[in-house]
Design a protein around this ligand. Structure first.
Ligand code: SF4
Length: 173
């Protein structure tokens, strides 16, 4: 991200959830499992190690590919916590898939938003800017562009924002 001229301050879907006490104290959220970088292992709530098994690639319907590392628990046999941890059948060990690139990006966002300067910009943006997009989507039904190409998209966005400004102007009068 360092080669970008602008600093992206965009949260991911679960960002706000992750900050809640309930999420942070849930031992079955795999993002709360301790990671040992030296041995490349995670530790589950039953104090078992999940070790790296293989790489996996998933392709979504747009053709975008994501790389995952698959980890498997050393032994889930007879685990008293099993029902809280996995729906997998007895006799199989719990597996988790970790997208390292995505985890790094999430960490970048967390770090950025925890800095005083960028955190306050983000908080202000939630007040100044995001309601405008909410209005565009919910009230004007503007959920996607109908044109392609930078200049056409700029024009369409300009018209949509003009509608928002005209509404504000009309409300003042
Ligand atoms: S089911 Fe397996 S991974 Fe889950 S807590 Fe038990 S031992 Fe750990």
């Amino acid at each position: 991200m360092s080669n970008r001229k602008k600093t992206p301050l965009i949260t991911y879907n679960l960002y706000l959830n992750e900050r809640k006490r309930k999420f942070k104290s849930d031992p079955f959220k795999t993002s709360n499992w301790a990671y040992d970088e030296t041995n490349d292992t995670y530790t589950c709530p039953n104090e078992k190690k999940l070790t790296f098994q293989s790489h996996s690639t998933r392709t979504d319907k747009t053709g975008f590919q994501r790389q995952f590392k698959i980890y498997s628990c050393e032994d889930c046999t007879g685990c008293p916590l099993r029902e809280f941890c996995t729906k997998a059948q007895e006799g199989t060990n719990r597996k988790i898939a970790v997208n390292e690139k995505w985890e790094q990006q999430k960490q970048y966002v967390r770090n950025k938003l925890s800095e005083e300067k960028t955190g306050s910009i983000y908080r202000q943006r939630k007040i100044d800017v995001e309601p405008v997009f909410g209005f565009l989507k919910a009230n004007l039904g503007f959920t996607r562009f109908s044109v392609r190409g930078n200049s056409k998209v700029e024009n369409e966005m300009g018209l949509a924002l003009m509608a928002v400004n005209l509404r504000k102007y009309a409300k003042r009068g």
